[in-house]
Write a protein that binds this ligand. Structure first.
Ligand SMILES: CC(C)(COP(=O)(O)OP(=O)(O)OC[C@H]1O[C@@H](n2cnc3c(N)ncnc32)[C@H](O)[C@@H]1OP(=O)(O)O)[C@@H](O)C(=O)NCCC(=O)NCCS
Length: 164
């Protein structure tokens, strides 16, 4: 198992991130939202980094992926949604698992959240493993939950409340 670290992305990471996304584009297409050519430019990635809170790079020496919290809600929910991606050439080495562990620590510690949730395509077994290895449990099936690859697709929902 390799060691993943995370840190907030900055504009200086945009060019490398665009390169990694472009290299993974074909493989990722079935499991990500539809993206036009402009998405794979450094300019678009710079704008995404600048315009998004809680977006982190996954690093193992160099940049290897991204992990982000969205829909961060205050009391009484104190919950956020988790999303992650690892560059195709760096998969299968524990990086997503390590990054989810690191961001969970930050979410439950520094950010003081009570709960994290995540959703995977029904056939995305790798992502389900990443969540299960981090103490997430499956809480249901949401029909037509997210628009992925141009179609509304069913997702399995997972959550992890903070440890007592
Ligand atoms: C899902 C994703 C983040 C996993 O990243 P990763 O760094 O390869 O994940 P890890 O190496 O930490 O763990 C992957 C686990 O899934 C398992 N796995 C991988 N492919 C699998 C498959 N086809 N069937 C069953 N298990 C599989 C691995 O064996 C590993 O589990 P293990 O440690 O018990 O052996 C990566 O494939 C990815 O970015 N995919 C495209 C985007 C995506 O799907 N994001 C998540 C949206 S919900």
């Amino acid at each position: 198992m390799t060691t993943a670290s995370i840190r907030p992305l900055t504009a200086a990471d945009a060019e490398e991130l665009a390169r990694l996304l472009a290299a993974s584009r074909e493989l990722d297409a079935p499991c990500v939202p539809e993206r036009d050519d402009a998405f794979f430019t450094a300019e678009a990635q710079r704008a995404r980094i600048d315009g998004t809170h809680h977006v982190y790079g996954i690093f193992e020496r160099a940049l290897a992926g991204t992990i982000a919290l969205s829909n961060v809600a205050g009391a009484p929910f104190e919950s956020a949604s988790l999303g992650y991606w690892v560059a195709a050439a760096r998969r299968g080495r524990g990086l997503a698992t390590g990054a989810v562990a690191a961001l969970s620590d930050l979410a439950f510690g520094e950010l003081g959240l009570h709960r994290l949730e995540a959703a995977t395509l029904v056939d995305n077994v790798a992502s389900q493993r990443v969540l299960e290895k981090n103490g997430f449990t499956r809480i249901g099936l949401a029909p037509r939950y997210l628009r992925i690859a141009g179609a509304w697709q069913d997702h399995l929902l997972y959550q992890r409340p903070v440890d007592d």
